[in-house]
Design a protein around this ligand. Structure first.
Ligand code: HEC
Length: 186
């Protein structure tokens, strides 16, 4: 019993102090190029999957057809390609400098093994502390479903969607942030 108490007290003090020291002395990695923290990947994955199970949205309200893929390809090009890449194009400097690395979604397996719902859930809320943005307030639900259907079917897209992804037209000018309309009365 005595040994147990000593162990308990030591555990209660030593572990929190150790964790505090790890962060306060600069031992924890901060730069994107540093190695992951111990258990970082495991804990982040655990939290993500637990939350996903809790909040999984209903299946897509729009069909996975050619029109959805084409619209999704445009959404992808405008909002996702900078990090997740385009077919047969080199990765951008931005994506190479990130930690964790954004996976390629239009080449290889991507997220074709995930349901569109799972991808939709990630697109709406983003993934904290990874650089994956949440698009809930920036894209409409239809746009988020279109891009999620695109990602889920990235290995079997029709030529129309592929053409949009590979077309090398100049990127559209960034949408100006709307400002309050100027009133010309005076
Ligand atoms: C600023 C960079 C960035 C942008 C822009 C971005 N993502 Fe991500 N995304 C990431 C990173 C980094 C990860 C990896 C997160 C992780 O490891 O948990 C990620 C992860 C994902 C995942 C999960 C991948 C997996 O293997 O489970 C999906 C799906 C995804 N992003 C879809 C999108 C879509 C769709 C868009 C555009 C609407 C988008 N992302 C825009 C950086 C980005």
């Amino acid at each position: 019993m005595g040994k147990f108490l000593v162990g308990l007290i030591v555990g209660l003090i030593v572990i929190p102090v150790g964790v505090y020291m790890y962060f306060s002395t600069g031992a924890a990695p901060v730069a994107t190029a540093s190695a992951p923290m111990p258990f970082e990947k495991m804990l982040a994955g655990l939290a993500l999957h637990a939350r996903l199970r809790k909040e999984m949205p209903k299946p897509s309200p729009i069909p996975a057809d050619e029109a959805a893929f084409a619209a999704g390809a445009q959404v992808y090009k405008d909002n996702c390609a900078v990090c997740h890449g385009l077919p047969s194009q080199p990765p951008t400097a931005i994506s190479l400098g990130m930690f964790p690395k954004p996976p390629k979604l239009m080449e290889g397996k991507g997220v074709t093994d995930d349901t569109p719902q799972e991808t939709y859930w990630k697109v709406t809320g983003g993934i904290r502390m990874t650089g994956m943005p949440g698009f809930e307030k920036q894209l409409s639900p239809t746009q988020m479903w279109q891009v999620s259907l695109l990602c889920a079917n990235a290995d079997k897209l029709p030529p129309s969607a592929k053409n949009i992804l590979t077309a090398t037209t100049a990127p559209p000018a960034p949408t100006p942030i709307p400002t309050a309309p100027r009133t010309m009365t005076k």
